[in-house]
Design a protein around this ligand. Structure first.
Ligand SMILES: NC(=O)c1ccc[n+]([C@@H]2O[C@H](COP(=O)([O-])OP(=O)(O)OC[C@H]3O[C@@H](n4cnc5c(N)ncnc54)[C@H](OP(=O)(O)O)[C@@H]3O)[C@@H](O)[C@H]2O)c1
Length: 255
């Protein structure tokens, strides 16, 4: 069965892990892919090969998203090279554990540069490049909590949730802007089995999510052209059951 041909989607942080799954799902759905990476060049090449196997175009774009002044020029170059840009997925992100008391100023700046300032100026630059389109910001289900053990990270994601709603209003009707808030999906390699079990115990659907659950949410938000400014929480119900449970630091053994 032939897939519909679509325009191009820029996926930030698309070489590895969740960003990679989102890029592959978009390729499977017929989008050409502008695959952004920062340090994972080899993985980006591998992901490109897998994307091209779906019969769509894939171009690689290495870039440090914390270089804010260079963002507009970079986005313009992406748009010109792809020719048919219509989707922006802001998935690249920093993730640092530190309470408010322990957060260093430089770490705060780096997290905000990558998780909030970069999406802000990417949205602005995208809106200048396209006539119509879709933006999806990847958030975190913990935006509903106050988990102070990842203070600056979480605050940057809460900011990105607000930016999602503001941008949806500003750029309607030409551009829809939505967010996805994943729960535990691809835990960091440093996470122990104990930690994972502890999280799963608090998830009503009694399992962690898979990359495909997030990818399905992405395709659903793109398909429904009457949705904008919304945040789809994909977390097995964790957020409705235990808001507040994750507020503090985990047991020290559960990194
Ligand atoms: N994994 C989960 O279960 C989960 C749960 C909740 C929310 N999320 C959200 O989902 C998204 C993807 O999560 P993930 O766990 O797959 O991410 P991750 O493993 O932490 O990867 C981080 C990504 O950000 C990119 N990146 C880091 N520094 C960069 C910089 N200076 N400039 C440009 N890109 C940079 C990395 O690119 P390179 O590797 O090329 O350097 C990488 O693709 C994030 O927004 C995260 O907050 C994930």
């Amino acid at each position: 069965m032939s897939r519909p041909r679509r325009g191009a989607a820029l996926v930030t942080g698309g070489a590895i892990r969740l960003g990679r799954e989102l890029a592959l799902a978009l390729a499977r759905a017929g989008y050409d892919i502008a695959l952004h990476y920062f340090s994972s060049e080899e993985e980006a090449e591998q992901t490109r090969r897998e994307i091209e196997a779906f019969g769509v175009r894939c171009e690689l774009f290495g870039f440090d998203l914390s270089d804010t002044p260079a963002l507009p020029t970079w986005m313009a170059a992406v748009a010109v090279r792809m020719g048919n840009l219509e989707v922006l997925v802001n998935s690249a992100s920093g993730y640092t554990q530190a309470t408010i008391a322990d957060t260093e100023s430089d770490d705060f700046d780096q997290l905000f540069a990558l998780n909030l300032k970069a999406p802000f100026f990417l949205i602005q630059a995208f809106a200048r490049q396209v006539q119509r389109g879709n933006i999806i910001n990847i958030l975190d289900n913990k935006i509903a909590y106050n988990q102070f053990s990842y203070a600056a990270y979480l605050l940057s994601k809460k900011g990105l949730a607000e930016l999602t709603r503001m941008a949806a209003l500003e750029f309607a009707p030409a551009i829809r802007v939505n967010g996805i808030a994943p729960g535990v999906t691809l835990p960091a390699e440093s996470r122990s089995a104990d930690y994972l079990q502890w999280r799963i115990e608090a998830i009503p659907l009694q399992r962690k999510g898979e990359g495909d659950h997030i990818a399905q949410a992405l395709l659903q938000l793109l398909a429904n052209d009457f949705i904008t400014g919304q945040i789809l929480v994909v977390d097995g119900g964790e957020g409705i059951a235990h808001v507040g449970r994750n507020a503090g630091a985990y047991h020290p053994a559960k990194v």
